[in-house]
Design a protein around this ligand. Structure first.
Ligand code: SF4
Length: 65
């Protein structure tokens, strides 16, 4: 799995960080998402899928590799 984020779409809601804090963080200044791990290990895939599902801005795209 490869994770892509679109910081221009992100509205800083932070749902992704709650769902998968190992993979997503937020910038201190404005809360915009920061990707910590673009290729997370298998045990995190479910959490990453949840994060993408709850993102209100559809700023998270998952690529299955
Ligand atoms: S859930 Fe979506 S909109 Fe909210 S911080 Fe994460 S990427 Fe940004």
């Amino acid at each position: 799995m490869r994770v892509h984020i679109d910081q221009d779409k992100c509205c800083g809601a932070g749902h992704c960080v709650l769902a998968a804090p190992e993979v997503f963080d937020q910038r201190d200044e404005d809360g915009i998402v920061v990707l910590l791990d673009a290729e997370p290990p298998a045990e995190l895939h479910q959490a990453v899928r949840e994060a993408a599902g709850v993102c209100p801005a559809a700023a998270i795209r998952l690529e299955l590799v």
